[in-house]
Design a protein around this ligand. Structure first.
Ligand code: AMP
Length: 566
């Protein structure tokens, strides 16, 4: 249909014809969301924000402007080495300034950054680098001794760039080109004609840690990283701003350090990078020296730091106001200890390699009061806008968000992976359901979208047809003053199918299994109480700082654990 207007405000106008009910197209420009945009914004608008890296002598500092210039130099150097669009450039590095430069240079020039997990067994690193077809690897000099024995197995790597001062001859002796990072950048132009890449193209890749199967590759796009960085920095998530100095304890190989480097250039928050100084003592000293306001890392790191600073009250970590803890469940007792004894608000986030990682963050909404604050201690938090979630029961029925119904968590969204790199549809079919990612995590969701995880599907203890949450048992046990660490696994039981086995590390005070059982008995139902107990000097961890439950199950099956019955 068309209408004809002939008069407008008494002035003659030409005839205007328009369709009623037709489609309206957006008038907005179709500008891509690219890493290049984050790099250019951060290094110009937040030119004076800094990357502070721990060193053997103390720390070194570079501004975002300098890191931006180095990123341009690195891109020129990589181009000269033949790196083309879509090529994979791996890193084998700690968290430091040069690693951040690579985080920007590689995707901004159209290639794909692939941070390798430096803590995996060598054969796993080789498998992953070959699977990703990495062509160039940037290696920290302190990691070169660990890297060199793997080099001959890396079938696609043709060039190694060493960050720091190291003898390159050992690399060259294996027939691989080798350069020093500094020498390579020297003399290169400090600006780069960044290409206008498709926002949906690959920017970065990470592999899952492989604790529950073979490592799987997840490929992030420019768009997914950009959107995820915005979501992560929102006030009810990590809440980053120019006023922050954010300590990235989470390794850059673990889900892109939860996108902290990108989020920093987005917001102007400065970065504190601990490099290889991750043990509690140097980490605490680094915090005392550079005074970060926020920190991100896995719970074990925060638990170790807490014990260290409580034994050394002269160390001042009072600059830290907030900690984001994720990757594994954080014991409530730790959250309370940080709050009550150090004035630090510790909040959990839930996520996965497959979800970039942020899915939820446990910041109580303003005005939530004491009830909200205690809820924030217990749960994984509220879903970010952009991450859709549902709970599914064993019969594939969708469960209500009533904070009672427990099922498998499934998610989808613009920064959730839709497949795994290089796997055919058949192999990955069981990880997806109608376009939703099956997380393998089990939990409940409140009517207003607050997630409380109770387990991994593989870790939930199925006892006599009922489910026992290993996470809940661990959480309560960690609250006992004599317990440093607690990890609960399901073990076969003739009568019940499975029963919980509690593995405990004690602080030194002698307590026995029946006392711990009595302590738990005041907090959870009798039928859930473990009868089997193991006291260990330490609990094995995975490379990303989670309890290695698979290793414990194997040890139990081989009767390598000394079990006490209570
Ligand atoms: P990754 O891909 O290595 O980061 O591991 C992801 C898995 O870590 C998730 O599927 C969860 O099982 C676990 N996880 C992450 N964050 C939390 C959290 N806050 N509480 C409990 N488990 C978590």
């Amino acid at each position: 249909m068309s209408l004809v207007l002939s008069v407008c405000g008494g002035r003659p106008i030409s005839q205007v014809s328009f369709r009623v009910g037709g489609p309206v197209r957006s008038t907005m420009q179709d500008a891509g969301l690219q890493i290049r945009g984050l790099l250019e914004h951060g290094s110009r608008v937040f030119a004076t924000s800094t990357i502070v890296t721990a060193t053997a002598e103390g720390h070194s500092t570079a501004t975002f402007a300098k890191a931006g210039r180095n990123a341009a130099r690195l891109a020129h150097a990589l181009r000269a080495l033949g790196v083309a669009e879509g090529d994979r450039v791996a890193t084998f590095m700690w968290n430091n300034q040069q690693h951040v430069e690579a985080y920007f240079a590689v995707p901004a020039m159209g290639a794909v950054i692939h941070p390798l997990n430096i803590r995996l067994f060598p054969q796993q690193v080789v498998h992953i680098a070959n699977h990703a077809e990495d062509q160039v690897v940037i290696v920290d000099d302190s990691l070169l001794p660990a890297f060199l024995p793997m080099l001959s197995g890396l079938s696609s790597v043709r060039c190694v760039i060493v960050n720091g001062s190291a003898d390159l001859s050992a690399v060259r002796a294996q027939g691989v080109e080798a350069y020093s990072y500094d020498m390579l950048l020297r003399g290169q132009p400090d600006s780069y004609p960044w290409p206008d890449v498709d926002e949906r193209s690959a920017a970065a890749m990470c592999y899952t840690s492989g604790t529950t199967g073979d490592p799987k590759g997840v490929v992030y796009s420019h768009r997914s990283i950009y959107l995820h960085s915005i979501a992560a920095t929102l006030p009810d998530a990590i809440a980053l701003s120019r006023r922050d100095l954010a300590l990235a304890v989470v390794p850059q190989f673990h889900v892109l350090a939860w996108s902290l480097p990108y989020a920093a250039f987005l917001t102007g928050a400065s970065l504190a990078m601990p490099d290889r100084f991750l043990a509690p003592e140097p980490l605490a000293a680094f915090i005392a020296a550079v005074r970060p306001t926020k920190g991100l890392g896995v719970p074990t790191v925060w638990g170790n730091l807490l014990r260290f600073v409580e034994a050394h009250p002269e160390i001042d970590i009072s600059s830290m106001k907030e900690i984001g803890s994720g990757g594994a469940a954080t014991p409530e007792s730790m959250t309370r200890a940080y709050a009550e004894r150090h004035g630090i608000t510790l909040m959990q986030g839930w996520g996965m390699t497959e979800t970039s990682p942020l899915g939820t963050f446990a910041r109580p909404l303003a005005g939530a009061g004491a009830e909200g604050a205690s809820a924030h201690r217990a749960g994984q938090g509220r879903f970010c806008a952009g991450v859709e979630a549902r709970l599914i029961d064993p019969h594939d029925e969708v469960l209500p968000w009533d904070d009672i119904s427990v099922g498998e968590l499934q998610v989808r969204g613009p920064w959730v992976t839709g497949s795994y790199y290089g796997e055919d549809a058949g192999t990955q079919a069981d990880r997806f359901s109608d376009g939703w990612l099956r997380t393998g995590d089990v939990g409940r969701i409140s009517p207003d979208g607050w997630l409380t995880l109770t387990d991994r599907m593989k870790d939930v203890i199925k006892s006599g047809g009922e489910w026992i949450s290993s996470v809940e048992l661990e959480n309560h046990l960690a609250g006992h003053p004599a317990v440093v660490e607690a990890c609960v696994i399901g073990v076969p039981d003739d009568r019940w199918g499975e029963r919980p086995l509690a593995c405990v590390v004690l602080a030194g005070d002698p307590v026995d299994a029946s006392e711990l059982k009595g302590f738990l008995g005041d907090r959870i139902a009798r039928w859930q109480l473990p009868e089997r107990w193991v006291f260990l000097p330490a609990i094995a961890m995975t490379t990303t700082g989670k309890y290695d439950k698979r290793a414990l199950r194997e040890q139990y099956a081989q009767e390598a654990l000394k079990v006490v019955m209570a």
